[in-house]
Design a protein around this ligand. Structure first.
Ligand code: TIU
Length: 218
């Protein structure tokens, strides 16, 4: 077992039963002209996550840790996009509309894919998900058979990271969220989102930095 100094308490994990989950590090959220920006967000808020996550990926690959990536998005005919999601709010462009990086949040489009700096390597599964949580309507649970601990990076902290970590916690996984490798468009939500995970004795997870986690890897 390895141990990371974490909040609210040290996080113990066995690297053989631990996976790194990198959530939705897609151009649609991190680059101008994508889904995140059409919702009125400043995508610059998320870009600070890229460099520490690239270092995290390198360290986990060197240590032989299992790595899984996710992408939020929809089939080209939008049949997996509920009207409640499609019609939400008043974005500049809706899901499926043509944008500068292709159709917004549609699988196969340039904007839907993961940013170059964090490209998955062959053999690293990429789970395509229609929802905010990575377990809903995906085969992630089957992919994680035999896995006990999840180390979580990605965007956004209070949306897809929270939803996925809450889903994972309910399924019995122990989740360590890396504060510098998750990001929000809203600085307040970033701070409070991390506090919510570790409050109440770690009500649905633990929080540490990527430096702390990488130092604990054998
Ligand atoms: N809008 C927002 O903060 N997030 C999302 O829509 N998806 C993810 O968090 N991936």
């Amino acid at each position: 077992m390895a141990t990371v100094p974490a909040r609210p308490a040290p996080f113990a994990f066995d690297p053989d039963t631990t996976a790194l989950l990198v959530i939705d590090m897609q151009r649609d959220f991190l680059e101008p002209g994508g889904f995140g920006e059409t919702l009125g967000n400043d995508v610059g808020q998320l870009r600070r996550v890229i460099a520490p996550t690239a270092a995290l990926l390198a360290g986990c690959r060197a240590a032989g840790l299992r790595i899984i990536h996710t992408r939020e998005g929809h089939l080209p005919d939008l049949s997996d996009c509920p009207p409640a999601k499609l019609l939400r709010g008043a974005p500049d462009l809706r899901i499926g509309d043509p944008g500068p990086n292709g159709r917004i949040l549609v699988r196969g489009e340039y904007g839907h894919d993961i940013v170059d700096e964090l490209s998955p390597l062959p053999g690293e599964p990429v789970v395509d998900k229609p929802g905010k949580g990575a377990f809903y309507a995906t085969d992630l649970a089957e992919l994680l058979t035999g896995t006990r601990s999840l180390v979580v990076a990605g965007v956004t902290t209070e949306v897809c990271v929270h939803t996925t970590v809450r889903e994972a916690n309910d399924r019995g996984f122990e989740c360590l969220v890396l504060a510098d490798c998750v990001g929000s468009y809203f600085p307040d939500f970033q701070r409070v989102g991390l506090e919510m995970i570790a409050a109440q004795g770690g009500i649905f997870g633990w929080v540490a930095t990527s430096t702390e986690f990488l130092a604990a890897l054998p």
